[in-house]
Design a protein around this ligand. Structure first.
Ligand code: ACO
Length: 401
């Protein structure tokens, strides 16, 4: 607690908490994390049970509606999502305004924010029907937008969504199919993608979700809020970490170089960190990382791939977990540590990794945004600051400076 009254007598006391390490910003009934025990629950259900037994859309329904869907509820929800996967044809033109080498996250930020200009029947946040349609649209259209960002960067024709495919199959189909050629999605890869989407679906008040809430607290429309979330997710300390992990593993190159890399990560004069290690809340193994590691082995086995980067990753994990620095600071692999290796095996380019995360997290953002908008205690988010500038002083005219 800091006394700022030395400057302004009427402002009183407030907590100064950079990075909000100990500030709760809202009440939420969606996701629970016990960082010491390594527990993650969505609406009370352990992530392991959801990742093993549910489809991504079941988890999306759970996050949005609070309960797992009955078969009938699931059918209705799935129908609503699959029938909103198309984007307005003008979005094509919007997409063509980007350079071919634009980062897919830049394209996603722009297009998702721009959706508010296309869907006027879902921007009135006081109307429950508008909120529901906007939520369905965002969850449904995000795979299409992500896949189109990729296809555009490759200079390939865009592939339109197909309602007969599951959410994960459709995403893979839009990423990898080419016109006039039969493309059958590998069921093992579709299952793995579905699980990756579940593991990334929500994670309570992380940076991007807090950004979505803060943006929405001013009454901004949901498309603008989710675009803000995408922007926040892009950073290497957050969703960009999976891209950074793969770059780091490639730079390490071989198991022989792992010790030197761990040594570098401990050097306080060097800003280098082990990407994919550490978490603000988990001071134990991230439960999602364990499932991700298992999925990684399954995918590589199915594809018959022997990826040397997996050997580097396993060695890095082994050495770091035995190292006093990482043990004392409770730095364990997080969800991003293995996801990059899986994406690489699936032929998803590194520049699309964070985009895949954004597709999954859209569900959590939308659920949290709905909870925030309907919370009677909600106020506009407006943090205070600890002012460190000059006290009031005499103005100096231009010609006297
Ligand atoms: N490598 C080396 N040292 C680390 C690492 C790391 N990956 N992570 C934290 N530390 C050290 C810090 O240097 C700090 O040391 P100090 O106490 O001597 O100053 C201490 O551990 C605590 O770290 P903070 O940065 O204060 O922890 P914070 O909670 O602010 O950061 C974060 C968490 C951003 C995830 C951090 O661990 C990190 O940068 N990790 C690498 C990036 C990453 O993997 N991000 C993905 C996060 S998960 C997600 O978004 C899905």
């Amino acid at each position: 607690v800091v006394d700022i009254r030395k400057f302004y007598a009427d402002t009183g006391m407030f907590t100064y908490d950079p990075g909000y390490t100990s500030t709760g910003s809202c009440e939420s009934a969606i996701t629970y994390i016990d960082g010491d025990q390594g527990i993650l629950l969505h609406r009370g259900y352990p992530i392991q049970d959801l990742a093993t037994n549910c489809s991504f859309l079941e988890v999306a329904y759970l996050l949005l509606e609070g309960e797992l869907p009955t078969p009938e509820q699931y059918g209705t929800f799935e129908h609503a999502i699959t029938h909103h996967t198309m984007v307005h044809e003008q979005i094509h033109k919007f997409l063509e305004g980007f350079r071919r080498d634009a980062h897919p996250m830049a394209v996603m930020c722009g297009i998702v924010g721009g959706l508010a200009g296309f869907y006027h029947d879902s921007t009135d946040i006081s109307n429950p029907h508008h909120r529901m349609i906007a939520s369905h649209r965002l969850i449904a259209k995000m795979p299409t937008i992500a896949a189109w960002a990729y296809k555009y960067s490759m200079g390939q024709p865009l592939i339109y969504p197909r309602n007969c495919l599951t959410y994960a199959e459709d995403l893979l189909h839009m990423l990898f199919a080419v016109p006039c050629e039969e493309y059958k999605v590998n069921p093992v890869l579709a299952k793995a993608m579905d699980r990756i989407l579940i593991l990334h679906a929500d994670h309570e008040q992380n940076a991007s979700t807090s950004t979505v809430r803060l943006t929405g607290s001013s009454g901004a429309n949901p498309f603008a809020c989710i675009a803000a979330g995408i922007a926040s997710l892009w950073g290497p300390a957050h969703g960009g970490a999976n891209e950074a992990v793969l770059n780091m593993l490639s730079e390490i190159g071989s198991k022989d170089n792992v010790s030197a890399c761990v040594k570098r990560a401990k050097d306080k004069d060097d800003s280098f960190r082990l990407m994919g290690f550490g978490h603000r809340v988990y001071k134990n193994y991230d439960p999602r990382a364990k499932i991700m590691a298992q999925t990684c082995h399954e995918v590589l086995e199915e594809l018959g791939i022997k990826d040397p980067l997996l050997d580097v990753a396993l060695e890095l994990e082994r050495i770091a977990l035995e190292d006093d620095y990482f043990v004392e600071k409770k730095l364990y692999p997080n969800v991003d540590f293995y996801s990059g290796i899986i994406f690489r095996a699936m032929n998803i380019p590194v520049s699309m990794f964070t985009g895949m995360f954004a597709v999954a997290r859209t569900t959590g953002w939308v659920a949290q945004w709905n909870e925030m908008v309907t919370d009677p205690a909600q106020k506009i988010g407006r943090p205070r600051q600890l002012y460190t500038g000059p006290t009031q002083r005499a103005f100096v005219p231009f010609d006297k400076r």
